[in-house]
Ligand binder design. Structure first.
Ligand code: HEC
Ligand code: HEC
Length: 147
């Protein structure tokens, strides 16, 4: 019985390592900032998001507004944030885009800053574009105020 369990365990280990090495090969030379090879799969290409005029209603008071346009061409990483090219206070009027809310210019100690706060750098943490599609599972969510 013991022997059987050992064989099963070895088999499982071989399977795990086997799968691990395939994932490792797919990741190629990609490395994290700390030098480790990534364990997550790269994001799939952007799905067709809506490009609408105007703004979406907010479903509750504190909601980060939904993005009414496509975003697949705008890069956000450690060094670059292309959203700011239209939405930063210094260029928004010129681009006809809504200025970042002033809450985005407060550092974590509450001091006002002229450049966007680090805590707001990764816009898509909070703001998401929309796809006009039927929901995959039934959703009974209702806005907090329906008029
Ligand atoms: C080329 C300029 C441009 C870029 C780049 C851009 N936007 Fe926009 N964005 C706009 C414009 C213009 C609107 C307003 C659309 C309208 O009123 O029809 C808008 C609207 C929005 C809104 C809705 C605001 C509200 O109050 O409803 C959000 C949120 C937003 N953008 C987030 C982003 C994010 C996040 C990125 C980067 C991934 C980004 N935008 C990149 C031009 C841009
Ligand atoms: C931690 C979450 C968070 C992040 C990150 C964030 N936002 Fe927001 N954003 C919000 C919330 C919540 C609001 C609405 C409340 C407010 O005004 O603060 C908002 C408001 C906005 C508005 C509407 C302003 C207005 O007055 O209509 C725009 C445009 C916007 N954000 C763009 C961006 C862009 C571009 C980035 C990245 C540089 C970004 N946000 C990062 C949460 C976030």
């Amino acid at each position: 019985m013991r022997k059987l369990m050992l064989v099963a365990a070895l088999g499982a280990a071989a399977l795990t390592f086997g799968i691990g090495s395939v994932a490792g090969q797919q990741a190629g030379d990609v490395k994290s900032l700390r030098g480790a090879a990534p364990t997550v799969e790269l994001a799939p290409p952007d799905t067709p998001h809506q490009d609408v005029h105007g703004r979406f209603d907010r479903a509750y008071r504190q909601q980060p507004p939904l993005i009414p346009h496509q975003i697949d061409r705008y890069q956000i990483d450690l060094h670059a944030n292309q959203c700011l090219g239209c939405h930063d206070w210094s260029v928004a009027a010129k681009n006809g885009a809504p200025t970042l809310s002033m809450t985005h210019y407060l550092d974590r100690d509450g001091h006002q800053t002229d450049t966007v706060a680090g805590t707001r750098w990764f816009c898509t943490q909070c703001h998401v574009p929309q796809v006009d599609a039927k929901e995959l599972v039934e959703n009974t969510f209702k806005p907090s105020q329906t008029k």
